[in-house]
Ligand binder design. Structure first.
Ligand code: GLN
Length: 534
């Protein structure tokens, strides 16, 4: 079992998660079984209770774990399935220790950061060794120098001492900023960040340098000298031009995979395939281009709908197409001239969401898509929105709504699930994780999946209200998928429309660049068809 630890220096948002995932992809290409995980130093038990401004998207796993969005990168770049054991937070560490303390497991002892907290962290690493994989890549959240990250770094230092350097590798991702006024790249922040690591007793083996300009030979030599890293282990990772899926190729050109294999004594493993070139080729030279609007309320945030944006790109790749994403603020759709602008789009997508802000704008967008025959894809809240719109405008239920937004609505076509009514705690209490859905033959969804039963991931408290099932289907709404165990409507479609699908689940958590989710693939295909017509 080999262990790689990835730390970050200088600033946050360096793309440590992407770098880790891309390295995972390169190691998989050598035939290794790779597992990626993230250790987050914050005190929340999981990110499920944080808002998108704080944390970006909450990524949901099959087992219902609400995790950091970097786990999304891990799943998109590699094939190893992840579970709640792959995202550890300080909150979980302390929660577990304090339970044990109350239980009396440490009777007589003083509970301390070293060894109790560090032991708890190391125990999680040891657990990974039972997973049957060859390499575990653990990304440490935050930036070196953060107070709350210290116990994690200390645990890593001890871990290398326990296991020996031959099985443990440290990668430090750092920033080499370009100062326009000086007209040059600066290495000092990286020097200081590595000095901070060495203070704790960690010497990085590989330095991944994020830079917007090429790093010269001289610069590499300087970084090598001051950071005590061999010059060939000073890796340049430039800002990508086209897509994040260039990162594996970029790291490969810098021979990161060879360095890692050499460190572990695995240099004999030859590359089996290289699936990334084709992905990048399509994104650079696509046969088609489409414009798709994503109507949400966090449009200014890069990360709030991360998996949705990625999945649209995947749907494009599957169709030799580049998807140009237009982020549309649903709150601006109260103005008619803004609604009319939607006519220029080839597809409209309404992603998941919570709370009433911007809801009416999303409903208007769904109506515009339905009436103007623009392909529509609704995800979770986007499916509820489509149902409300159909109830109001086609089935004659004026004022229909979800009880999330209007508790007194005359037509609660979306309502809180029975088993959610008495839940008071907010953390990890939604309908979460993977559930079965049976597809109805002859529907758009059944055609896309080409299989009668599917499993998809959920994260919601409200549901299609079966009390209105008959009324809505009589008015023409098509039910395309149901959860057989609880008879819950999971997919709605609008017939007499090129492509109008709303799903109660989150297909964006199961799409990959080299294997697009079927619904995203078909949505983009429908958008291409519309583009050709107009
Ligand atoms: N707010 C809605 C619910 O809780 C939708 C949730 C979502 O889109 N993830 O049911």
């Amino acid at each position: 079992m080999k262990y790689i630890f990835v730390t970050g220096g200088v600033v946050s948002s360096l793309g440590k998660g992407l770098t880790s995932a891309a390295l995972g992809a390169l190691l998989e290409q050598r035939g290794l079984k790779v597992m990626l995980q993230k250790f987050d130093p914050y005190l929340n038990v999981d990110p499920g209770t944080m808002n998108p401004f704080q944390h970006g998207e909450v990524y949901v796993l099959d087992d219902g774990a609400e995790t950091d969005l970097d786990l999304g990168h891990y799943e998109r770049f590699t094939s190893g399935p992840l579970s709640r054991r792959n995202n550890l937070t300080s909150g979980q560490v302390y929660d577990s220790i304090l339970r044990k303390e109350r239980h009396g497991d440490f009777l007589g002892q003083t509970i301390q950061v070293i060894p109790h907290v560090t032991n708890e962290i190391k125990a999680r690493l040891d657990e990974a060794s039972k997973s049957g994989c060859d390499v575990v890549i653990t990304e440490i959240g935050g930036t070196v120098g953060d107070i709350e990250g210290l116990p994690f770094l200390e645990a890593m230092r001890q871990f290398r001492l326990d296991h020996g350097a031959q099985d443990v590798l440290f990668i430090h991702v750092t920033l080499v900023p370009y100062l326009a006024a000086a007209g040059e790249l600066k290495t000092k922040p990286s020097q200081q960040s590595v000095a901070k690591l060495r203070e704790i007793g960690i010497q990085p083996d590989i330095l991944v340098c994020r830079a917007e300009k090429p790093i010269s030979k001289e610069m590499r030599a300087k970084l090598s000298l001051f950071c005590n890293v061999p010059v060939k282990a000073v890796i340049e990772e430039r800002d990508v031009e086209i897509s994040i899926y260039e990162v594996p190729l970029m790291l490969e050109r810098e021979h990161v995979d060879e360095l890692v294999l050499a460190h572990f004594g695995l240099s004999h493993l030859k590359q089996l395939e290289n699936g990334w070139e084709n992905v990048v080729r399509i994104l650079k030279y696509p046969a088609h281009t489409v414009d798709i609007g994503v109507v949400g309320k966090y449009i200014e945030l890069q990360d709030a709908y991360k998996s949705v944006y990625e999945s649209l790109t995947h749907g494009g790749i599957a169709n030799d197409c580049v998807v140009k994403i237009h982020r549309i603020d649903s709150e601006t759709l109260d103005r008619e001239e803004n609604i009319q602008k939607l006519a220029g789009l080839d597809g409209i997508l309404v992603p998941g969401g919570f709370g009433s802000r911007g809801i009416e704008g999303k409903i208007r967008a769904a109506r515009f898509a339905r009436e103007n025959l623009i392909p529509y894809f609704g995800l979770c809240l986007g499916m509820q929105i489509a149902t409300i719109e159909f109830a109001r405008d086609v089935a004659g239920m004026t004022g229909a709504n979800s009880t999330e937004f209007d508790e007194k609505t005359a037509f609660p076509v979306i309502d809180i699930m029975e088993d959610q009514k008495d839940i008071a705690d907010k953390g990890a209490t939604m309908r979460l994780g993977s559930y079965e859905c049976e597809l109805v033959p002859g529907t758009l969804s059944a055609a896309a999946y080409a299989t009668p039963t599917i499993r998809e991931r959920h994260r919601h408290r409200f549901e299609f209200n079966n009390k209105y099932l008959e009324k809505l289907t009589k008015a023409g709404l098509r039910i395309a998928g149901k959860n057989p165990q609880r008879n819950l409507v999971e997919i709605v479609e609008v017939p007499d429309h090129p492509w109008f699908v709303g799903v109660q689940f989150h297909p964006e958590f199961q799409s990959k660049p080299r294997k697009a989710h079927p619904l995203f693939r078909e949505f983009v295909k429908a958008a291409i068809a519309r583009r050709k017509e107009s």
